[in-house]
Design a protein around this ligand. Structure first.
Ligand SMILES: NC(=O)c1ccc[n+]([C@@H]2O[C@H](COP(=O)([O-])OP(=O)(O)OC[C@H]3O[C@@H](n4cnc5c(N)ncnc54)[C@H](O)[C@@H]3O)[C@@H](O)[C@H]2O)c1
Length: 342
């Protein structure tokens, strides 16, 4: 076999990674009990970081979090509360800022969305201004692009706010950019597109479509598709989103930057549902119902060249494999709750 010397103690399953530099670092994860946040927390713990979660458990859940340990501290509180935020930010080397009211809540109550998504972000940035934080990563959203003029959508393409949620996520992102430009605050933003995977709980009424479709199909019920189902999205497996987020935290080039986090592959809702039905092996037929006001974006797929180039990141999990992993997770004891609102 080849004569390439191996680092003793390093196995094929643990290749050296720039993320290893997070070992022993103090990382504040706001919204860390939520779907993406809890996956970030699990990965950080695996990497040896010392994690503090700040979450008000509005949509987040205790059961998402790894067991309490010396590496994990959980603070129940709101990013809107300055007196909670200031000491936590002061004690952090890195901040992954995920706390947000999601699109469904935002649609019902834009004021609540504004207070958390913009006000909470401003609190984090203000507190970080005089601190020693090495990098803040802000979880933004592909919803800032609205209905794009062309696809795939690249970071410098026009933004177009079609929902109060898009406004607030973009507002937070713009504050990040402004704090970088005005105060040299080291901050990067990642624009996620339809993240799915383990820990997206279908019994959470605010969860994304993938979990909802799985819950319906696994219960032998017709998945409900809003509109004709030909609307497309870029579905991103959560492990890939987590990796991109942490690379944005440690990459030397990420300060003041915005990165699309998707797959570069466009999938219609009909294709998504067909794949879920095939994977689960259930005999159900989707039901098309009226379009909702949050479904006003026809096509979306992200260009991810910038993240490939600058973060040296690439999505690793195909939709088929990601959906299989999601299915496996839902099949575990306790994975799929008995009573699921779909
Ligand atoms: N999941 C996706 O497809 C997706 C797509 C684009 C952007 N995002 C962004 O990624 C982040 C995580 O999304 P998610 O899907 O995990 O959503 P989520 O609702 O599961 O997680 C959000 C977390 O923030 C917490 N939170 C809400 N308001 C808070 C407050 N005032 N103070 C402290 N904690 C608060 C919630 O309890 C929850 O744990 C959000 O910022 C979201 O806007 C997600």
């Amino acid at each position: 076999m080849g004569a390439t010397p191996r680092n003793p103690g390093m196995t094929e399953s643990t290749p050296p990674s720039v993320l290893d530099r997070l070992k022993g670092q103090r990382v504040l994860v706001t919204g860390g009990a939520g779907f993406v946040g809890s996956n970030v927390v699990a990965r950080l713990i695996e990497l040896g970081a010392l994690v503090t979660v700040l979450d008000d458990f509005f949509t987040g859940e205790e059961q998402n979090l790894p067991p309490a340990s010396e590496q994990l501290r959980v603070v129940r509180g709101s990013v809107v509360d300055e007196s909670t935020v200031i000491p936590l930010v002061a004690a952090a080397d890195y901040i992954i800022h995920m706390a947000a009211r999601n699109i469904i809540i935002s649609m019902r109550n834009p004021r609540e969305d504004f207070a958390t998504n913009i006000g909470g972000t401003l609190n984090i940035l203000m507190a970080a201004r005089g601190s020693n934080v090495r990098r803040i990563v802000y979880a933004s959203s592909a919803s800032v692009y609205g209905n794009p003029r062309s696809i795939p959508i690249n970071e410098e393409d026009a933004t177009n706010m079609l929902s109060p949620y898009a406004v607030s996520k973009y507002g937070g992102e713009n504050y990040c950019k402004a704090f970088f430009e005005s105060y040299d605050l080291p901050v990067a933003s990642v624009r996620y597109s339809n993240v799915y995977g383990p820990l997206q709980r279908p019994d959470n009424p605010y969860c994304g479509v993938v979990a909802r479709f799985f819950a319906a199909v696994m219960a032998g019920e017709a998945p409900l598709i809003h509109g004709d189902g030909e609307q497309t999205r870029d579905y991103t497996f959560v492990d890939d989103a987590v990796e991109a987020t942490l690379l944005a935290a440690v990459s030397a080039r990420a300060d003041g930057q915005v990165y699309n986090v998707g797959t570069g592959r466009e999938t219609s809702v009909n294709q998504l549902v067909d794949t879920i039905i095939r994977i689960t092996g259930r005999d159900v037929i989707p039901l098309h119902i009226a379009r909702r006001d949050i479904d006003n974006i026809r096509r979306r797929v992200l260009g991810i060249e910038k993240a490939r180039r600058e973060l040296r990141w690439a999505p690793d999990v195909t939709l088929e494999n990601g959906l299989r992993k999601t299915h496996e997770w839902l099949m575990r004891p306790g994975g799929l709750p008995r009573q699921v609102r779909v």
